[in-house]
Write a protein that binds this ligand. Sequence first.
Ligand code: PHE
Length: 336
Amino acid sequence: MDIIKTYQEFAQELERVQSLSELENLRIKYLGRKGLINSFIKEIATLPIEEKKVKGKEVNDLKNKITEELENKKEKLLKESQLKETGKRYDLLLPGRKLWLGYRHPITKVLGEIVEILVAMGFEEKLGPEIETEWHNYEALNFPEDHPARDQIACFYLSDKYLLRSHTSPIQIRVMEKEKPPIRIIAPGRVFRPDPFDASHSPVFYQVEGLYIDENVNFCELKGTLEQFCYRMFGNDVKVRFTPSYFPFTEPSAEIAISCVICESKGCKTCKNTGWLEILGAGMVHPKVLENVGYDSTKYSGFAFGLGVERIAMVKYRIDDIRLFYENDIRFLSQF
Ligand code: PHE
């Protein structure tokens, strides 16, 4: 029973082990039931008591050492085979990587809310093209050629015939040209105007158009519908104000404002100290427009409205510069 020699042999054999099955064979050779360690233990039993104590401790230490080294080797082999399989190294001590979640753009979010409210009120969503004809953008909407009202809703021309729509109202015409009353639609979309790019203007922005045409539609319905919209969008405490306005395609026309939700009508930068925020243009559809699409204007009437999505988002989220929506600054966008 040469403890030292046994350990040296074990160490050499362990060194040569390359697989888990070889390792298991080595374990059986030394630690198995009929293994070397057990044969030593049997031998010890025959020794005189003094020697028994000394040898017993030596064999026990050897057994512990072999057990530990077999374990270490096993771990090493397992790790290597895992590395081979995945080709990756795992550092389990590294903190996990946070998943990067995108956010809805505030305009998309507010647009979704506006559409949801109006669809719940019975309007159906329609879309129209961004490239429009003069007929749809102006003429059919009762803007005569060379009329100064065209400047109010000026556009970018692409050619003599085509332009980028400067409001969503041409979608009114497109829907009425195709369908017969009753019509109850909303039409969200991007519009383009030769405007400066400053804190309150952008050459590209979003609108939502609304149109309701049937027999005997009156101004009360316009008022009730838009008041309800404002309550649902900004809360029941908000005050809604209608003032006369002018659009060639509506008569009478109105500008709709809500009491300033930022300063509670005390006067601030956003409401320009008036206590009111203008958010909508609206009116009763002009008989000329109805005739232009072949409707009998003595039989049908209706109302239309158009709202600016950025404007509503700015009021809702207290944003004082429209350019922030288009700069794609993650620090801004991740707040919503
Ligand atoms: N199209 C108008 C604008 O862009 C808004 C509007 C729509 C007004 C419908 C009345 C009715 O300013």
